[in-house]
Design a protein around this ligand. Structure first.
Ligand code: NOJ
Length: 525
């Protein structure tokens, strides 16, 4: 099996949602010193890198994805010196650090947007964003029919009558990437963090920076289209706000900047968060002169099914092969989606399935992303309405994403379970029944989900290294088989146990005998 040439091609990256990982100062919100204090935990878990969600100056309307100053740390999370300390300490422990870059929009508190408000219509300050006149009598209707991802119209009107575009919350105005000042600003931001030693950037909304220049209406009749994984007869949604061809030149420029700062073991990387409609267009973001990785979100929307899993695995690998692109990435959970044990039905069966899916994922070629708390088997929490904080909850009344963002339980019998000092509930309240699943409670239990993650990460290093795409998934009724070199992964997604195929068991997601129980996966050699 080919050995990876650089670190990132097969890295396991652990996503730290900064507000909810570890709280050193006891204000109920996680922070950078909290992360630093828990780095040995991540090293012992066996991951290669951490990606930290935005910790820059921000009014926190979208919990950091609304940046007011890209070159400073929000006091809620610490200081620039704390960031330096975190990066240095991680490197000492052999962990790489990926930070989040939010280039599609700024906060409305960013100096540029404040200047745009003050300068008025037609000014060069407004030309950094997408201000337009409205339609209809007295321009009272939005310039086009686009919706915000968080619900409601994507346009907000100012007192002076002009409208500005925000594909997310109204406090997150979209930048106009057709204005060269914007590209220059972000090149400066990249260099600022590269010089501080970060190993890469996760690029927020990477498919969104350019909008179709006319800002025409979206053809809504296409919205019910479900893109299929096949290249033929595909019906795509009409999306003039996403995936414009010009965006790729941004990443070509960034690639050149990243290459100035290192290569091989010191290579700095970019990871696209691009919710593209197809695996093929995802692959375009990772052509050899663009970003290094793109999240492969296919699995997030896939049901518990051997057949569906096989489609995701084979479809992703095939799409990347056609674009001469980087090795694949894989992910089952993140801070924007329902945690995978809950997606797979919740309770004991949901957890068993989640572990089995994780065991399949970690056998695949390329790189994998883990989301904090999945190694504890955390489920989505039903956060009570009065405690919800997601901007989409305020715009739509839908529960939103708070349930996957509940602060981690580290130890103890009651909230905050060692998340921070003190005994108060953190920024999103934790459930009362988490004492059995804290890190401390799972630490010495061989059957725990934490022990399982440690085992499988160690087994991955030993048995399935490399990025060779010669890996085929095959579904036979409810069984999924994935072959990689000497290792065969078998997943039982059915209702009953089956005879365990022949071979030495290297690692399993749950107890196995000569039978492979339902909701269980195993690596065999
Ligand atoms: C994607 C991020 O993951 C999400 O949390 C955020 O709300 C949006 N981008 C807007 O920045």
């Amino acid at each position: 099996m080919t050995t990876a040439t650089t670190w990132w091609q097969e890295a396991v990256v652990y996503q730290v949602y900064v507000r909810s990982f570890a709280d050193a100062d006891g204000d109920g919100v996680g922070d950078l010193p909290g992360i630093t204090s828990r780095l040995p935990y991540l090293r012992d878990l066996g991951v290669d890198a951490l990606w930290i969600t935005p910790f820059y100056t921000s009014p926190q309307k979208d919990h950091g994805y609304d940046v007011a100053d890209y070159r400073d740390v929000d006091p809620l999370f610490g200081t620039l010196a704390d960031a330096d300390e975190l990066i240095d300490r991680a490197h000492e422990l052999g962990l790489r650090v990926i930070v989040d870059l939010v280039p599609n929009h700024t906060s409305d508190q960013h100096a540029w947007f404040q200047a745009a408000l003050a300068a008025g219509p037609g000014s060069s300050e407004r030309a950094r964003y997408l201000f337009r006149e409205g339609k209809g009598r007295a321009g009272a209707k939005p310039p086009n029919n686009w919706d915000s991802i968080f619900g409601g119209p994507a346009w907000t009107r100012l007192d002076d009558g002009s409208w500005y575009l925000h594909l997310f919350d109204s406090t997150q105005p979209d930048l106009d990437w057709r204005n060269p000042e914007v590209g220059d600003m972000f090149e400066g931001v990249l260099r600022f963090w590269l010089e501080r030693g970060v190993d890469g950037f996760r690029v927020d909304v990477a498919h969104g920076l350019y909008k179709e220049a006319s800002l025409r209406d979206q053809d809504r009749s296409s919205l019910s289209a479900t893109p299929t994984g096949s290249m033929v007869e595909r019906v795509l949604r009409d999306e003039p706000m996403w995936e414009q061809p010009e965006v790729h030149d941004v990443y070509r420029r960034w690639r050149r900047v990243l290459e100035e700062y290192g290569d091989g073991e010191t290579e700095r990387i970019g990871v696209a968060e691009a919710w593209t409609q197809t695996a093929e267009s995802m692959a375009e973001f990772v052509r050899p002169d663009e970003l290094h990785q793109a999240f492969n979100f296919g699995w997030l929307g896939t049901d518990w099914s051997a057949r569906e899993f096989a489609k995701v695995v084979n479809g992703s690998i095939a799409a990347l092969a056609t674009a001469d692109a980087s090795p694949p990435t894989w992910v089952l959970s993140n801070h924007d989606v329902i945690r995978h044990p809950t997606r797979y039905g919740g309770g004991a069966a949901g957890l068993a399935r989640a572990r089995a899916a994780t065991l399949v994922m970690l056998a695949l070629p390329g790189s994998a992303y883990l989301y904090q708390g999945e190694e504890l088997g955390l489920e989505q929490v039903d956060v009570p309405p009065e405690a919800r904080q997601d901007p989409s909850w305020f715009r739509t009344g839908e529960p939103g994403r708070d349930g996957c963002r509940v602060p981690l339980p580290w130890s103890g019998d009651a909230p905050p379970y060692g998340f921070g000092p003190g005994d108060g509930q953190p920024w999103i309240p934790q459930p009362d029944d988490w004492s059995g699943i804290t890190v401390a409670a799972q630490e010495d239990d061989e059957g725990s989900t934490l022990a399982f993650y440690r085992r499988v990460l160690a087994a991955r290093t030993r048995w399935v290294r490399g990025t060779d795409l010669d890996c085929v998934a095959e579904a036979r009724r409810h069984l999924l088989f994935v072959r990689r070199g000497d290792v065969t992964v078998v997943l039982n997604a059915g209702q009953r146990s089956v005879a365990l195929p022949a071979g030495e068991v290297l690692v399993s997601s749950g107890p196995v005998t000569d039978r492979l129980p339902a909701n269980t996966a195993v690596w065999l050699r």
